[in-house]
Design a protein around this ligand. Structure first.
Ligand SMILES: *[C@@H]1O[C@H](CO)[C@@H](O)[C@H](O)[C@H]1NC(C)=O
Ligand SMILES: *[C@@H]1O[C@H](CO)[C@@H](O)[C@H](O)[C@H]1NC(C)=O
Ligand SMILES: *[C@@H]1O[C@H](CO)[C@@H](O)[C@H](O)[C@H]1NC(C)=O
Length: 464
């Protein structure tokens, strides 16, 4: 009995493979009028169908609602068609291989056996594309080849399955589809939307300024620098597809600190572009840079205002010209040597910062620093799910894989909320540099006190 069933199983597998081979070889036949097989014994056909169905479903995925009792063969297509909408489905959309589809779609009757030749080509979203057509499906490109879409297999930055997974789970945050990320691969997202070099050993070993490690009760439950210094805190920036968060986060924290330190004498927002284009020693502009390098440049050279040197000046995003510096500064001078790149702005004043320093990684030391002196810069690990963040308290979800790259952001406050189960969830308030349409008006909240994504690992700032 045992042996018998083994043999039967082997036989089934063997015939399935044989069937699949037959079908594959037939697929390469020259196209022409197809004939519809008469079928022979209904029993044999049913067996064939069930065998082919197994293979077909594995290879192409099955469509729902297929009526196995109503089907026929198309020899020239090497296909068995069923009375359903599509007899195969594949990325990027359903592929209809049934020549009779338009006649019998949704009709519970035996199909009329049309003699019309089957046009080779592919379908997506109900549209027909000729053989050889290349279309873009999110971040992948698909070519219609022998009536099937053949797609590249990149992992896209916007993944509907991941959005659904996060939004249906209990993660404390919600995900969204961002049109600015649509069509990008995860690799491109990492390359173009981040851009902070992993901290060097000397930076990691930088001495932490000792804090008082006050107990948390000494602090307000909620604090936001934007409320404490409403006129002096600068809005989230937009780095677009320029991997230079090193420059954007530094310019943003520096502008806030200078405004607070000068007690509102200087509230200009600073030019991240000035850093990107001019701080080029060991820095790589839109291909990444180090935050300590940015702080050193701010101290020695200084940068002009955003109005003087706006982001993406002359749209020089192309790698060839991205490092062209439009201002020149000399040590000790308070103004650049020439006028502003933006001729409409008269002030070519340079803003310099004091030396940067490192804040202790203890939660309450970071809080004390922000409350007393203003926002700080933090590095963080960005996993692919972070791009999809819409609102709530971010934490990395395991489903989003283990790949990450370093980014830098501005921390400017904290708070706490009770979650659905009454558990207290503590968070940081941070500003990203992906524009105001991302997250909570360009801001996000992230779990506090657990070094989530290394957010508490390395905190830098300056006195102003
Ligand atoms: C996401 O947004 C893009 C661009 O706005 C749109 O084309 C696409 O259909 C959306 N995708 C999903 C899964 O909602
Ligand atoms: C710079 O500051 C002005 C107001 O001071 C503001 O209107 C403008 O949006 C800021 N630019 C950026 C990029 O934040
Ligand atoms: C530059 O500005 C600083 C601070 O305002 C001032 O102390 C210094 O004298 C100025 N230097 C020059 C050369 O004007």
């Amino acid at each position: 009995m045992w042996l018998k069933s083994q043999i039967l199983l082997l036989y089934c597998i063997a015939s399935e493979v044989w069937m699949a081979k037959q079908l594959d070889s037939r697929r390469n036949f020259p196209r022409g009028l197809y004939s519809v097989e008469d079928g022979g014994s209904a029993k044999w056909n049913r067996l064939k169908r069930s065998l082919y169905q197994g293979k077909s479903c594995r290879v192409r995925g099955c469509c729902t609602g297929r009526d196995d009792a109503c089907s026929f063969n198309i020899v020239s297509k090497a296909a068995i068609c069923y009375c359903d909408q599509f007899c195969a489905s594949g990325s990027p959309g359903p592929v209809d291989c049934c020549a009779d589809y338009w006649d019998v779609c949704d009709h519970p009757v035996e199909p009329t056996r049309s003699d019309e030749p089957w046009p080779s080509g592919c379908y997506k979203d109900g549209r027909y594309y000729g053989e050889g057509t290349i279309i873009k499906d999110n971040c992948n490109s698909c070519k219609c080849f022998q009536s099937l879409w053949k797609c590249s297999k990149e992992v896209c930055l916007v993944r509907q399955d991941l959005i659904q997974y996060i939004n249906s789970g209990d993660y404390g945050w919600k995900a969204d589809n961002y049109s600015q990320f649509w069509g990008m691969t995860v690799e491109e997202g990492f390359k173009k939307r981040l851009g902070t070099f992993p901290p060097s050993n000397s930076l990691l070993n930088m001495r932490e300024t000792p804090g008082n490690s006050l107990p948390e009760e000494k602090f307000p439950a909620f604090f936001a620098a934007t409320y404490a210094w409403p006129e002096w805190i600068h809005d989230p920036l937009d780095q677009r597809n320029c991997g230079a968060s090193w420059a954007f986060s530094t310019a943003s924290v520096a502008a806030d600190r200078i405004a607070i330190h000068s007690e509102g004498q200087i509230t200009d927002n600073l030019s991240a572009q000035n850093l990107i284009s001019c701080d080029t020693s060991n820095q790589h502009g839109c291909n990444g840079g180090s935050i300590d390098g940015a702080w050193r440049y701010l101290k020695t050279h200084g940068v002009v205002s955003y109005a003087c040197y706006p982001s993406f000046w002359n749209n020089h995003l192309e790698p060839s010209s991205e490092n062209r510096c439009y201002v020149s500064s000399e040590y000790g001078k308070n103004y650049t040597n020439g006028p502003c790149p933006n001729a409409l702005e008269e002030s070519n004043r340079l803003y310099r910062c004091a030396s940067h320093y490192r804040v202790s990684s203890k939660e309450t030391d970071i809080m004390k620093e922000i409350m007393d002196k203003g926002p700080v810069q933090a590095i963080m690990k960005v996993y692919e799910d972070f791009f999809l963040y819409k609102e709530g308290i971010y934490r990395h979800s395991q489903k989003a894989g283990s790949k990450w790259k370093i980014h830098s952001v501005k921390l400017l406050g904290w708070g706490a909320l009770a979650d659905k189960n009454g558990q207290k969830q503590k968070f940081w308030i941070a500003a990203n540099s992906w524009g105001k349409s991302w997250g909570e008006n360009g801001y996000f909240r992230i779990l506090r006190g657990q070094n989530e994504c290394d957010i508490e690992k390395l905190i830098l700032t300056t006195l102003g």
